[in-house]
Each structure stands twice: as C-alpha cells, then as structure tokens.
Design a protein around this ligand. Structure first.
Ligand code: ADP
Ligand code: TRP
Length: 329
C-alpha cells in the first residue's frame, strides 16, 4: 500500500481538466492506497481572494470531491488550513529551498509575466508549500495533471536535500502519478493549450455547469476550415475536440469521427453535437450529486472535522520526527 497525497486549489468550481487530470485518479487510488486528499486553501491566497470567496470556493471543492465519489471513510479528506503543521513544515523546508531555483520555476515565471503587480513571496515559495503538503504525510505518489510535473521535481529535490543534509531517510521521493501511465493535459475549448480556470470562462467546462451552457460552449469551440485531402494531419483545435471525446464518449464514437476526418466527410457541427450529448451523459448524474452534497452542510462539516483529525495525526508524527532530526528539543 502506497501513500498518496494530492490537493486542488480552492479557487472555484472543478472543471473537466481537474477531473481527468486529478480526481479520476483519486477515485482509483482510494480503493487501494493510503490517501490524503485536501483542499488547498492556503495556496489559493497567492491571488488575494476576499474571505467570503475563499470560504465559498473551499466549500465548493469539498462538496464536489464528495459528489465525484471520494469516500471520507476510505481517504483522509481535509482542508489544508485545518492542519497547521503544514505551515511549520513549509517554514522549515524554506531553509532548504534556494531563491534561484524558485525563480526559475516555470509556473512562477508565468505568474510574473501575467501579473507583474502581484509578485508576492508566497508565489515564489508556492512549490515549497506544495512539497510540505506532500512530505507532511511522507507521500510517495501524487496524482496530478501534466502541468504539475515540475513542482513534483522540486518536491523531490527538497526531500532529497533534507535527507542528505541531516543524513536521514525521513522523506521518500514523491512522484507525479496518473493511472494511464502518462500524465494528462486536458485541452480547453479555445483551440490551444490546457483547460483551466484562468484561461477565460469559455475555455473550461465545469462539472456543475448547466446543460445549455455546456452545449453552447462546445458548439462555439474553435475548429478549423476542415480537411482538404484524405488523411491530412489533424490541426490542434480538432485534435483537442477528439481528446475531449476520448474522455467522455464511447471508443466507437471517437473512431467514427476520426475516420470521417480521414476521408473528409466529417461535419464539425455533428462532431460537436455528439460531444455535447456525451458530455451531458457524463455531467448529468454528477450535477445532481453536487446539488445534494452542496445542500448538506452538516455532512460537509462532519467530513472536514474527521479529515482534519486524521490528517493532523499523521502530520504530528512527521513533525515530531523532523524536529528531532533537525536538533530541536
Ligand atoms: P486550474 O489549473 O484550473 O487553476 P488547479 O491548478 O487547481 O486548476 O489544478 C488542480 C489539479 O487539476 C492539478 O492536479 C492539475 O494538474 C489538474 N489540472 C488542472 N487543469 C488540468 C488540465 N487541463 N489537464 C489535466 N490536469 C489538469
Ligand atoms: N499546486 C497544485 C495545483 O495548482 C495544487 C496543490 C497544492 C497540490 N498542494 C498540492 C497538488 C500537493 C498535489 C500535492 O494544481
């Protein structure tokens, strides 16, 4: 049984990218591993949310985790901020993290480019906080999407550096994980790049989005002018639609449209209508469950309380060991 740790930032509703990049793996792993899944509400602070929004977003992620099928009896499900040991380990690990390597991190450079007015120290040390989340439970596998690969590499570096400096084997090396073998990048609807909350509302399909809105977004997804000769290469926007189809449609459906592309008989209107219908098949039941869990405050509270207790127990053990190794009384 391996130790698995992962989290999603409390910045809003979950989308299809979060589901297939992260949550689908959580569901598999909860059946076989010792899992710690949390709502990364500390990480959400880098963009300075107002308290009401932070609270609402955190609650949404918890309700959606449950709606997706995470079972709080099988996994430890908690709010990051309910486990203050996280911040202690974060502070201690900061001493092993070099400013140069943090500045070279791709996600940091991206944020600096996009928001030069808000380059706070929390943004710089984001990967250290993430490493603390993982190492707090001695995590070995971390189900995340492709975009998190570099953060995991940094977490391994911090773990190894700590072990080496203190001549211990306190931390295992954590690895990014997806059950299909390769880490996934779910594309958005705008023709390029990944689906994400920050890429504009039309780019992402949310788990709790109403059917008409989902259909409208899909029908407006970027395409190209169509294949001009048999077996022509597939452009990025069309490849992206095929990728989304691969996630929610039957394999024969995808094959049908791929063949139609190859022999130039494809009609993008039909392709999108089919994707919208299959997406609804997937989202419909999920939407109902999100509604149920969102309305059950007592259950959300009970889940968070139970999760915090279990997470703190594991965290305290690690911190006791870390403090001893480092030479604290
Ligand atoms: P977002 O990128 O929308 O802000 P988060 O950063 O909170 O979402 O991501 C939470 C988890 O979902 C991470 O494991 C991340 O890798 C995964 N994820 C987010 N978007 C995608 C995507 N388009 N494809 C695959 N995984 C994704
Ligand atoms: N950085 C991750 C993201 O943006 C969220 C996250 C925070 C995380 N701490 C984590 C993921 C620990 C895995 C493990 O998606």
């Amino acid at each position: 049984m391996s130790i698995v740790v992962s989290g999603i930032r409390a910045t809003g509703q979950l989308h299809i990218g979060n589901y297939f990049g992260a949550v689908a793996n959580f569901l598999r792993m909860q059946e076989q591993d010792q899992c710690y899944f949390f709502i990364a509400d500390y990480h959400a602070l880098t963009t300075h949310p107002d308290p009401a929004a932070l609270k609402a977003n955190s609650r949404t992620v918890l309700a959606e985790y449950l709606a997706c099928g995470l079972d709080p009896e099988k996994v430890t499900l908690y709010y990051q901020s309910d486990v203050p040991e996280t911040s202690e380990l974060y502070m201690l690990l900061n001493m092993q993290a070099y400013v140069g390597e943090l500045e070279r991190c791709t996600s940091f450079k991206d944020k600096v480019r996009k928001h030069p007015e808000n380059v706070n120290a929390g943004l710089l040390t984001y990967p250290v906080l993430m490493a603390a989340d993982i190492l707090l439970h001695k995590g070995q596998f971390v189900p995340v999407g492709k975009d998190q690969e570099q953060h995991l590499e940094m977490a391994r570096n911090f773990a190894n550096r700590f072990n080496h400096f203190y001549q211990t084997e306190t931390f295992p090396e954590p690895y990014a994980y997806n059950f299909s073998g390769a880490l996934v990048k779910v594309p958005g609807l705008d023709g390029t790049g990944k689906m994400g909350k920050s890429e504009g509302a039309a780019n992402a399909i949310y788990l709790n989005e109403d059917p008409a809105a989902v259909k409208k977004k899909i029908m407006r997804a970027v395409t190209d002018s169509g294949p001009t000769e048999p077996n022509s290469p597939v452009s990025e926007p069309i490849a992206n639609i095929f990728t989304l189809m691969g996630l929610v449609s039957q394999p024969e459906t995808l094959q049908h449209f791929q063949s139609a592309y190859a022999d130039c008989s494809i009609r993008y209107g039909d392709l999108k209508k089919q994707l919208a219908a299959d997406m609804e098949q997937f989202l419909g039941p999920l939407r109902e469950r999100i509604k149920e869990f969102s309305a059950n405050q007592a259950l959300l509270d009970k889940t968070a309380l139970m999760g915090a207790e279990k997470a703190r127990e594991s965290a305290r053990k690690t911190l006791t060991e870390v403090r001893q190794v480092m030479g604290f009384r």
